[in-house]
Design a protein around this ligand. Structure first.
Ligand code: SAM
Length: 283
């Protein structure tokens, strides 16, 4: 018998991966967590039936959610990651010796435990001495936070269930408050392609645009996310992602990346006309 994982990407479109075996399945207080093995995409994790990451293409998402900001402000030292319990964003951040502190605020301890046990390819740097893991709701954390961060990465699930609060105006306002004057906010910004995703993307963009003086979007091609066309948000009080791009300084870090590079940094901010229109509608 063949076993397939299938996710509805739109009312009339589905995406499937042939499963070799299921390696983990538990319901936490917040969500259903599943981990599968497949030939095509390697090991992959889903939450409530939605794809979070696959071994084959996670590098695209995790490189794009981290290095873009680091290349605009290579002096970033203190980072807050909200969500991201799989550890992929943390893994990329630990490549920078210059980063001193990484606070990971994840609501679901079971995601971290399952990732540590079954997905060492993303989680193997969660034990780095610079990483402090806090198990709590990111919305509540930023509400009462007294720290100042140079970079906040919102590596959340979609805007429903536990992730809903991480797409609100209150959340973005609190992030702005705890960012240093040179700080940058990066968020996973949903997809512009299918109707419901595009609406969620527009709602998030409107709120970030109203909160930060500089708010841009950039894109990446992620085969296992709905439509494969994914956006990230770049918001800052000071830095423009292109005019302030420190490509020479970033190159001096000497990092090996599989997706991100200097040309791609500039190209990623060049958006298709239909995406520009969606963004313009809410600006
Ligand atoms: N790359 C992924 C994607 O968009 O498909 C995101 C991956 S990461 C696993 C998302 C994490 O955000 C999950 O582990 C989830 O538990 C966490 N999360 C959701 N809502 C949260 C909240 N309010 N505060 C902190 N973490 C949250």
């Amino acid at each position: 018998m063949e076993l397939w994982f299938t996710e509805n990407h739109a009312p009339g479109a589905r995406f499937s991966i042939k499963v070799e075996k299921q390696v983990y399945s538990q319901k936490s207080e917040y969500q259903q967590i599943d981990i599968f093995d497949s030939k095509e995409f390697g090991r992959f994790m889903t939450l409530d039936g939605y794809m979070m990451l696959t071994q084959r293409d996670e590098f695209i998402y995790h490189e794009m959610i981290t290095h873009t900001a680091m290349a605009v402000n290579p002096k970033i030292q203190k980072v807050l990651v909200i969500g991201g319990g799989d550890g992929g964003a943390v893994r990329e951040l630990t490549k920078y010796q210059s980063i001193q502190t990484i606070h990971l605020v994840e609501i679901d301890e079971m995601v971290i435990e399952a990732s540590k046990k079954y997905m060492p390819f993303t989680s193997d740097k969660l034990n780095d001495p610079r990483v402090l893991i806090m198990i709590c709701d990111g919305l509540r954390y930023v509400r009462s936070c007294k720290e100042a961060y140079d970079l906040i990465i919102v590596d959340s699930t979609d805007p429903f269930g536990p992730g809903e609060g991480l797409f609100t105006k209150e959340f973005y306002g609190n992030c702005e408050d705890i960012l240093s004057p040179e700080g940058i906010l990066i968020n996973q910004h949903e997809s512009p392609f299918y109707g419901e995703d595009a609406l969620a993307m527009q709602r998030a963009h409107k709120r970030i645009y109203e909160t930060f003086p500089i708010s841009k979007c950039y894109q990446a091609h992620i085969p296992t996310y709905p439509s494969g066309h994914w956006l990230f948000g770049f918001a800052s009080k000071k830095y423009d992602p292109i005019n302030d791009f420190k490509e020479e300084e970033w190159t001096k870090f000497g990092l090996e990346t599989k997706y991100y590079n200097r040309e791609l940094h500039k190209g990623a901010f060049c958006l298709p006309n239909y995406v520009k229109e969606l963004l313009n509608e809410v600006e």
